[in-house]
Design a protein around this ligand. Structure first.
Ligand code: C5P
Length: 397
């Protein structure tokens, strides 16, 4: 089920950050509908909000268009969560007093969902007893305040009142949106490339960025799983709320996976090198004077996915692999499913540089019984869909 947020954007220079928030929510496959107050519309335009959210923007309480559909009631009914970001001193005051002279304040009074409030204002306004009084009133009424940070404000003064960063708002939204369906489960995710040493300075590697595996680890954790991410060398930060083991080679990845077993769910998204150099040299290889290039003898690496899927003692209940193919994508994925004895394969087409290092991907989820094609979307959205499928699968058992 796709989650949905009602985002109320009020009058503050921080409104520009809300555009980024909308984009990030979309990346996480969360639908966003927006109310833009008159003040908010002084800073960002309805057109940019509508374009980014892929939805109409709601602005007027007494609008024939918006209120023919009873917008101030319906908007919160159709959302899972209401987020006010930025929340101006004025809108917080209206909330505290139950005033309803515009669409935003009327919707907030009529809301039947949890309300998250990210204040943004000048330090004096933030510290004013009236604002602090209003904040404690709305807190008592059940609103969750996402505390502003301190720093240089748009007005040139320095102090507290700067709207929380988008990442912090996203984390607060995640906490309230996801119900912890995977609470009590243990998951293992492999991600990124492996590097196989040739000598102390050279290696055999590949173009995997780790974006998809990291997004899956983050999504599993968001839904309450206890996640160990075993990551090859990537440029990505460690996802929040996940235990990360950094490794370099396939052998190290295998050892780290063994150490993370037993677990309930294993997702092998890493692009493990198929071969390693049979005898990497302890010293750097030198160029030969006669120009002859060294010969490297390659031997096969362990197949980590197959090892986990066929584990004699600790096979996870659900083992998911990836198949990056350049041709006959679905046939090869179905064959791989059988050969490796995993439960699901996420198949993607990597011909012409697709998928590797990209932020978006289009995949097919192949199981023994079905194939689901997911259109081009962000790797975060694919991760969320995969986790939704895992949750459905576990609840059907
Ligand atoms: O055989 P192929 O490399 O196409 O299989 C891809 C799947 O197998 C991915 O899930 C990848 O993480 C996993 N794999 C692995 N160990 C290997 C090779 C692939 O876990 N040595």
């Amino acid at each position: 089920m796709r989650h949905s947020i009602l985002l109320i954007i009020s009058g503050s220079i921080a409104a520009y950050k809300s555009l980024d928030l909308i984009r990030r929510l979309q990346e996480h496959d969360i639908a966003v509908r927006c109310i833009l107050t008159k003040g908010g519309a002084q800073f960002i335009t309805p057109l940019s909000v509508a374009s980014l959210s892929n939805n109409p923007v709601y602005e007027e309480l007494f609008s024939l268009k918006d209120e023919a559909e009873m917008g101030h009631i319906r908007l919160s009914r159709e959302a899972d969560l209401v987020v006010v970001a930025p929340a101006s001193a004025d809108l917080i005051a209206k909330m505290a007093n139950g005033q309803t002279d515009d669409l935003a304040s009327a919707t907030l009074l009529a809301a039947n969902k949890k309300i998250l409030v990210a204040p943004a204002m000048n330090t004096q306004m933030w510290q004013h007893p009236a604002t602090q009084r209003n904040l404690s009133h709305i807190r008592e009424d059940g609103a969750i305040i996402i505390e502003p940070g301190a720093g240089l404000l748009a007005c040139g003064e320095t102090g507290s009142g700067r709207m929380a960063e988008v990442e912090t708002i996203l984390a607060a939204i995640s906490k309230h949106l996801y119900t912890g369906a995977l609470h009590g489960t243990k998951a293992l995710v492999t991600s990124g490339p492996t590097y196989e040493a040739i000598d102390p300075v050279r290696f055999i590697g590949n173009h995997s960025s780790g974006k998809q595996g990291h997004a899956i680890a983050a999504a599993l954790a968001r839904h309450g799983a206890n996640v160990t991410l075993i990551s090859g060398p990537t440029a990505l930060p460690d996802p929040k709320g996940v235990t990360v083991k950094h490794i370099t080679s396939a052998e190290e990845m295998l050892a780290a996976c063994e150490a993370a077993l037993p677990c309930d769910i294993a997702v092998c998204a890493a692009a493990v090198a198929d071969w390693k150099v049979s005898e990497p040299t302890a010293r750097k290889l030198k160029k030969a004077k006669d120009g002859e290039a060294p010969e490297l003898r390659l031997i096969e690496n362990p197949d980590i996915l197959a090892h986990i899927a066929q584990h004699p003692k600790d096979r996870p209940n659900l083992v998911i692999g990836f198949a990056a193919e350049t041709e006959n994508v679905l046939e090869n994925a179905a064959a791989k499913l059988k050969r490796k004895a995993c439960d699901w394969i996420v198949a993607n087409d990597v011909s012409e540089g697709k998928a590797f290092n990209a932020t978006e991907n289009s995949v097919t989820l192949v199981t023994a019984k079905s194939q689901q094609n997911w259109p081009l979307q962000s790797k975060e959205a694919i991760a969320e869909q995969l986790v939704q499928n895992i949750i459905t699968h576990r609840s059907a058992k």
